[in-house]
Design a protein around this ligand. Structure first.
Ligand code: A3P
Length: 368
């Protein structure tokens, strides 16, 4: 009897034990799941805000492509730092940052750097910066911001180095670079040919006399005690002999440099832009450039206005600035007065070379 009562008691207590055990396990399970969720969400938030700071990722609004490139560069340099965390949690998909790529990123497409398809190879002081700034208004053109000087100064660094200096592009966009000294540097045509035989070449040219004066003005702005233009452009103080070894004069013999390029590239791969017309009618010249590059004519007269104070065409807005602006102070400088006889003598000197250049290009630039 006592045994049966004891047994009954035992049954009762083991049932309650079992119930308590189940309750405990359920409680533990819910508590664990809740904590795990909380932890994962917290660490994800921390990870993303850390990465954003680390990579200086731009926020959604007002992000320039430059910032995107910087962010992407930072991504490279901080790759080692983020690698460990990347193994635990995936990197945010927006390391390239730019909102204009957002839709493509969502489709799994990522911008990447490419060697240039098109080069602005010269000619120095003919309007090369204006050309670059104008054509890069086109959404399908992305350009390296500064002159890379790969083919003339940094060739030994190799094409990987060069590509790293290019902007990020997505499929269908053209990569462009401008270094005006390429046109006159002996080794460059062959080097460009070896990179890509199909490279398109843009060359802005301007009356070589005005170009020489512009070149001199730039040099004089950097050197206080510079001799007068007339003293440098001629040998022995008279206007009889032109100093063809003086850089500003030498560069204006365009035909001589063009012949070297034509050894490697057919004329059809070269486009000559008139520096004079780029000032008078920028939309016309940019229209030609867009056609040559197989681009839709997006950049038109609507993008330009003439700034009477500056005396040059300026932009309503660009990739870098959304307000009307002109090129910097170093573009469109006032030239010093040059003796009229010196100018006349230089014109006479250039005439046969200009004619040769017209003949080679098939274009009469009608320089005086
Ligand atoms: P100047 O400063 O002597 O007038 P580059 O960019 O190849 O160095 O050429 C500079 C020249 O570009 C300037 O020479 C200027 O004449 C010319 N140029 C053409 N379009 C221009 C623009 N919209 N604004 C300023 N300069 C322009």
């Amino acid at each position: 009897m006592y045994l049966s009562i004891w047994c009954h008691n035992l049954n009762l207590s083991s049932r309650s034990l079992a119930i308590a055990l189940v309750a405990c396990v359920t409680l533990l399970y819910f508590s664990y799941s809740f904590n795990a969720c909380l932890f994962a969400s917290l660490s994800r938030t921390l990870q993303q805000s850390n990465l954003r700071n680390l990579l200086a990722l731009p926020q959604r609004n007002g992000t320039s492509d430059k910032a995107a490139a910087v962010a992407s560069d930072s991504n490279k340099t901080t790759a080692g730092v983020v690698a460990a965390s990347a193994a635990v949690l995936p990197l945010p998909p927006s390391v390239d940052g730019a909102p204009k790529y957002q839709m493509l990123r969502q489709q799994g497409l990522r911008p990447s750097r490419h060697l240039p398809d098109t080069l602005i190879i010269g000619v120095k002081k003919s309007g090369t910066r204006a050309l670059l700034e104008f054509i890069r208004l086109h959404p399908d053109v992305r350009a390296a911001g500064s002159e890379v000087h790969f083919f003339d100064r940094h060739y030994q660094r190799g094409l990987r180095w060069y590509r790293h200096h290019m902007p990020y592009t997505i499929e269908g966009q053209i990569t462009m670079e401008k270094t005006p000294s390429y046109f006159v540097t002996k080794e460059v045509p062959q080097r460009v040919y070896h990179m890509n035989t199909a490279t398109k070449l843009l060359i802005v040219v301007r009356d070589p006399v005005t170009r020489a004066i512009s070149d001199y003005t730039q040099a004089a702005s950097k050197k206080a005690d510079m001799k007068r233009f007339e003293q440098l452009a001629f040998v022995n103080g008279s206007y009889a002999v032109v100093d063809t070894n003086w850089g500003p004069v030498k560069i204006g013999v365009y035909a001589r440099y063009l012949e070297r390029w034509l050894l490697y590239f057919p004329l059809s791969q070269l486009l000559f832009i008139s520096g004079e017309r780029l000032i008078m009618d920028p939309a016309y010249e940019i229209g030609r450039v867009q056609d040559f590059l197989g681009l839709k004519r997006v950049v038109t007269e609507k993008h330009f206005y003439f700034n009477a104070t500056k005396g040059f065409p300026c932009l309503f807005k660009s990739e870098a600035r959304s307000t009307p602006h002109c090129l910097g102070k170093t573009k469109g400088r006032n030239h010093p007065h040059i003796d009229a006889s010196a100018i006349e003598r230089l014109r006479e000197f250039y005439r046969p070379f200009n004619n040769k250049f017209y003949q080679l290009t098939g274009i009469n630039f009608a320089w005086p």
